[in-house]
Design a protein around this ligand. Structure first.
Ligand code: ZN
Ligand code: ZN
Length: 201
């Protein structure tokens, strides 16, 4: 029943138009209204949160990019990253909730940070347009748990028209062998990642 589907939509649209007209007429300063369709990646929010770190801390946080405790969460995604010092080394965490874990497992945390830095540098070698795609995936669908970038620049494949990133060349044959399974695994990984850090949260 197309009428039932379209009628409310047009109603809402006219209501919205009316509302914005009203706003425009009642606000003579006419400030630019933030678009409701802002970047769903949460990137502007992350940028703003990272900008609250001191200038001296920003390069280290950028090199790390992810929390060592919740390793799918970008630093800045949960507000200004929390800085702690372990064995004299600066460590950035996504939130204060990760502090105890980091302090309890200092050595593992520092080792994880070295891995994160390596992965961040490797992903940065991908073409700029591929980087955000690889970051929604973060892990290899073949070598489970293998972080993209942990074995050098990730390998990009197109399977059934969809981009798939692998940790290394060695995973390519297996990925191509059963494209359906590979693509399903990629979707599963992305869903898990989104659960840990909902975009814009
Ligand atoms: Zn955290
Ligand atoms: Zn691999």
């Amino acid at each position: 029943m197309p009428a039932n589907r379209w009628f409310p939509v047009s109603l809402i649209a006219s209501a919205l138009m009316l509302a914005s007209f009203t706003a425009a007429f009642s606000d003579d300063t006419a400030k630019p209204v933030p678009s409701p369709k802002t970047d769903k990646s949460g990137e502007p929010k992350i940028k703003a949160a990272l900008a609250k770190l001191s200038l001296a801390d920003r390069p280290a946080a950028a090199a790390q990019r992810y929390c060592p405790i919740m390793d799918t969460v970008r630093l800045g995604a949960m507000g200004t990253p929390v800085k702690v010092v372990i064995d004299g080394k600066p460590v950035f965490l996504c939130c204060s909730g990760c502090q105890d874990e980091a302090a309890e497992h200092g050595k593992e945390t520092l080792a994880k940070i070295e891995k994160l830095k390596k992965a961040t540098a490797a992903i940065a070698k991908l073409p700029v347009t591929d980087q955000p795609l690889a970051e929604t995936q973060l892990f290899c669908p073949i070598d489970e748990g293998s972080r993209l970038g942990s074995m050098g620049t990730p390998v990009k494949l197109m399977l059934e028209g969809k981009p798939v990133f692998l940790c290394c060349k060695g995973c390519e044959d297996a990925a191509r062998e059963n494209t359906k399974t590979t693509l399903a695994k990629v979707e599963e990984i992305k869903k898990e990642n989104a659960k840990a850090a909902p975009p814009g949260e």
